[in-house]
Design a protein around this ligand. Structure first.
Ligand code: SAH
Length: 395
């Protein structure tokens, strides 16, 4: 690896980098020695010339995404070393050899020291999503590193970056297999089977990040009438059925998602008449659910992808949760989530708190949920904590 340019910081703007925050904002840059294009490897230097980091440069307010701190230039084994670390963490957490779960996130961007890169493992197939041009440009090296670290555990690598790369990037990305080939497959999570279509599905094909929360839900489901709102492939619905729910309604606005949910229900609970699904808008569906459900799951898509729509997003969470609080049966349980990165834990809690007040119900917090161990949060990058959930008891 050789940096093509040196990014020199303004005097007094070193602090964040020296505290290992992996994002360098453009406002902290004094000048760039050299000509850079998006995705190039650059060194980051203090105003006195000392090199403090290496990263990929980008266009926009985050000007450099740092993957290596310190003076030493990362060598060719760098990607392999990082992926080894990521694999080892999952192994130590018992995910790589679990007989009942064979789907997990292997690389979680900043959380695994690889800003701009996501890799999800689906029983042998790794689905890559580059969020930065820099990571997309090194994808072949990442594949080689994956082959070397995973060995026989790797069957194929599918690159699905076209939707996640910055849309202004001047590159011609195409989705496709970078190694081997596999087609839409079946995975298992705590013994539940899921059909996953990484080529056509949302994100990398499955919302892996709710694994632990789905498991918790099962413990609350016995004898309950359950509404799984924003169900996607139906994950929470099976947990509810597994846990002994008497009735489960799955709702999503995407007909494709509902089709997958139905297929998955058939796979796990063939002929089980407790389940019914609906293609509908969440807000519409919740107009009229008075006293119908004891357990409601609200896992909407990110309402705010950018900070400038934060207050609008918080209104959205408030309205949605108010509908649930107003209509859930007495003694009901609400599992409510936000996966918007710009919505902080406190923002979300306040929105839910306001919703409870609108409904005038007595509400207690039973659990405060987050993302699982395969979505680790780099302690120097608090922005990585994106999934927030509350389990609430409604009197
Ligand atoms: N709970 C799911 C993940 C939810 S992702 C799981 O455990 O896998 C969010 C889902 O909300 C997507 O499937 C998307 O199709 C759906 N969605 C988006 N807008 C919607 C709306 N207005 N009404 C209903 N569903 C919506």
């Amino acid at each position: 690896m050789q940096p093509v340019a040196n990014v020199i910081l303004k005097k007094g703007k070193e602090e964040s980098m020296e505290r290992f925050h992996p994002w360098l904002f453009s406002g902290a840059i004094d000048r760039i020695d050299g000509v850079v294009e998006e995705g190039d490897l650059v060194s980051v230097q203090r105003s006195d010339g000392k090199i403090i980091a290496y990263g990929h440069c980008a266009i926009g307010s985050i000007a450099v995404r740092v993957f290596s701190f310190g003076e030493a230039l990362p060598d060719d084994s760098f990607w392999k070393h990082r992926i080894e670390q990521a694999w080892l963490l999952r192994k130590r957490m018992g995910l790589t050899d679990d007989k009942k779960t064979n789907v997990f996130r292997l690389i979680h961007g900043e959380g695994d020291g690889l800003p701009g890169l996501i890799a999800d493992y689906y029983n042998g197939t790794v689905v890559l999503q580059a969020h930065s041009v820099g990571m997309w440009l090194v994808r072949e090296a990442i594949v080689e590193a994956l082959k070397s670290v995973l060995g026989k555990k790797l069957v194929a690598v599918y690159d699905k970056s076209t939707k996640t790369l910055p849309f202004k990037a001047n590159i011609e990305a195409k989705d496709g297999y970078l190694f081997g080939k596999s087609s839409a497959g079946e995975v298992m999570e705590y013994g539940n089977r899921f059909k996953v279509d990484w080529e056509e599905g949302q994100k990398t094909g499955f919302f892996i990040d709710q694994r632990d929360n789905r498991k918790l839900l099962a413990t609350y489901a016995k004898d309950k009438a359950v509404l799984n709102m924003f169900c996607y492939t139906g994950g929470f619905s099976f947990s509810a059925m597994q846990g002994g729910a008497t009735l489960v309604h799955s709702v999503d606005s995407s007909a494709k998602a509902i089709e997958l949910t139905n297929q998955n229900v058939e796979l796990n609970f063939p002929g089980d008449s407790r389940h019914e699904s609906f293609v509908a808008d969440g807000f519409d569906f919740m107009q009229d659910i008075e006293n119908k459900y004891d357990l409601i799951i609200l896992d909407p898509p990110a309402f705010a992808k950018h900070r400038n729509v934060l207050s609008q997003a918080l209104q959205g969470y408030k309205r949605l949760n108010a509908k649930a609080f107003q209509q859930i049966r007495p003694g009901g349980i609400l599992f409510t989530f936000s996966c918007s990165q710009v919505v902080t834990r406190n923002n979300f809690r306040e929105a839910v708190f306001s919703a409870a007040a609108i409904a005038g119900r007595e509400v207690r917090i039973l659990h405060q949920l987050s993302q699982p161990v395969d979505h680790p949060i780099n302690i120097y990058h608090p922005e990585g904590e994106y999934l927030k959930g509350l389990v609430l008891y409604v009197e």
